[in-house]
Design a protein around this ligand. Structure first.
Ligand code: FUB
Length: 316
């Protein structure tokens, strides 16, 4: 990584700024499962935190990190901003998350393993007054638990929340592993407002991301394993979704490939993770990467070109 590190004192929090190629942050953190939020001219990047010592065992993930940038090239680190221990019902596995703003509050939906009274993975939500928090558990209980979805034999089907607010203000939660699902959220963003609906998405694995560009809704997700990111489009958030094919090929040295898609200052970006950081990146030691995303005139997406250079042109 061509890093340009400097340490800044900001109150009691030490922020390190970095600019460089893909993967983005390799010196201090292993970052995974990116989700991005554009707010007030700044991109906030929420990531998981791979702490496994090597690539032989399994994920070791205890908290979630936040980074920010005003130009997509230079990034500030804000450190861990939420931890499994902030959720009294959770006992580990800080997997994928996504944050969104609604009426001046910031809701951060997370995946974690539930304590033994409701075994399996669960989805919770934290709330804060700024994109950097501080965040606290908004409910004191999980929003989605494994016993609410009984049509899969595994206990990790309720992971990877993606939240989307439609133009009419209605919020939706999408999630799933093996089986994709979605449900309406109440205006308070912390309760479901109706049944959990199945989605019909071919070769679905996990990692849904929903966004809208112009009049078209896009639902991208990880497919098969090792994962490729594929996508579908619809004229309605409720579908039906038309499968559109591969958006990003298998990411370097990582069977997972978890994406976020944003538009920022007139350009579109595809944010994902790879195991490419050396000497010891890999399946359980992933790092976030960013490349440009391009739309065709008919609304379909050009396949992402994963680069080592990353984003070199500052967004203005
Ligand atoms: O990081 C743990 C899990 O791996 C995530 O929840 C999935 O999306 C995959 O990236």
């Amino acid at each position: 990584m061509t890093s340009n590190l400097k340490t800044l004192a900001a109150g009691s929090l030490m922020l390190a700024a970095s600019a460089g190629a893909n993967p983005l942050f390799t010196d201090q953190y292993r970052t995974a499962d990116p989700a991005a939020l554009v707010h007030d001219g700044t991109v906030y990047l929420y990531t998981g935190h791979d702490e496994a010592k090597d690539n032989k065992g399994f994920f070791k993930m205890n908290d979630w990190l936040v980074f920010s940038s005003t130009d997509m090239v230079n990034w500030q680190r804000h450190g861990p901003r939420l931890s499994v221990t902030d959720f009294s019902w959770a006992k580990g596995d800080a997997w994928a998350s996504q944050a969104i703003e609604k009426d001046g509050k910031f809701y951060w939906y997370i995946t974690a393993r539930h304590k033994d009274d409701k075994p399996g993975f669960a989805i919770g939500v934290a709330v804060g007054d700024s994109p950097l928090g501080p965040f606290k558990d908004a409910r004191g209980s999980a929003l989605i638990t494994n016993d609410m979805t009984t049509d899969t034999p595994n206990d990790w089907d309720d992971i990877d929340p993606s939240v989307f607010i439609d133009d009419d203000g209605q919020a939706y939660l999408f999630w799933g592993n093996t089986k994709p699902r979605y449900a309406k959220l109440k205006a308070n963003m912390t309760e479901l407002d109706g049944p959990i609906e199945p989605l019909d998405l071919p070769d679905f694995t996990e990692a849904i991301w929903v966004h809208k560009k112009g009049e078209l809704y896009y639902l991208s997700y990880a497919s098969d394993f090792p994962e490729k990111i594929v996508y579908a489009t619809s004229s309605s958030i409720k579908g039906p979704w038309q499968y559109r094919g591969i958006l990003n090929e298998v990411a370097g040295n990582s069977p997972t490939n978890h994406q976020a898609i944003i538009e920022f200052k007139g350009k579109d970006y595809f944010i994902y993770h790879t195991g490419a950081a050396q000497p010891d990146g890999g399946e359980f030691r992933r790092s976030v990467a960013i490349d440009r995303l391009y739309y065709n005139p008919d609304g379909t997406l050009k396949r992402v070109v994963m680069t080592s250079e990353g984003i070199t042109e500052a967004a203005k």
